[in-house]
Design a protein around this ligand. Sequence first.
Ligand code: SF4
Length: 332
Amino acid sequence: MLFDDSPVSSPIGIARLAAKSPLLEAKSRVQYFEIETRGVLNRTKPGMPFRWTINPYRGCEFGCKYCYARYTHEFMGIENPALFEDRIYAKSGMVPLLRAELRKLDPADPVAIGTATDPYQPAERRFRRTRSILELFAAGRGRRLSITTKSDLVTRDIDLLRAISVANSLNVNITITTLDPALARLLEPRAPRPDLRLKAVSLLASAGIRVGVFPNPILPLITDSERRLDRLAAAARRHGACYFGGGLLFLMPSARRVFFPFLAEKFPHLLERYQQRYMRDAYLRGEYVEMVRARVREIRARYGLENGPAEHMPEGVEQPAQAALFESLTAG
Ligand code: SF4
């Protein structure tokens, strides 16, 4: 057997919760479970552009071949990285927990939704866990929120996103690795087509929501050419994106276990080069990295795009620091 997916013998913590999660639904190969939530906001390590993350689902049906988040299923005792896309866990009970957590959260702390799994993957159509969270944010003010997705389903929630963006800083990041639908189908087999994602960019921008495009991960010798990135940035601009991110592929061991067999099948001429680079280190370093960064910078400048999400607190919404100062002056 290539991978062992047998559950750990005496599961504890999240693995215990996963083991007792009731089945919500099973499609031909995908099974949906409901997993109890112990906390909605997860603190990030220092150095990240956001302090807290929220992932309403565990696992992601889009099944991107390069997905770095496959290791998160290992926490639940699921060792086979391929099951990351076939066993989806919708978190339960998030709303009351998040409401309590937000009361204690410094509004200046940036919160990112969708950092480890896509918040608008197919499960969201039925289980609406992301939407339930956005309803809470729509009732608040002065917060800094970002959402990252590959799905045009995000446009379903334009009503809430507008409500959030009138009283909070909101950025929506749409990931588009390539405009080539055939290549996208290979790399991201169950994610919406690139043209649908671009249409989502347009609809969000037209609704007055700050939106950007991430070509991440940029795949060496597959999506890293000047021509491909230039076309993508041009399309992003045309559809109303404000910014264009850009980061190279990194491959953790669990991601390599899916990505290398994929390369062997679809890009056999690249396999050895990838193995040489990524078996040493999950991250690329050196001249090539600098070259791609410079390329993305130049392309961005060509189309007048910013380099990433930025804080845009709407006029009239107090900055949290000012609000806190005012409260301390007026207290008692
Ligand atoms: S959309 Fe993101 S989380 Fe989902 S499979 Fe693709 S890379 Fe992984």
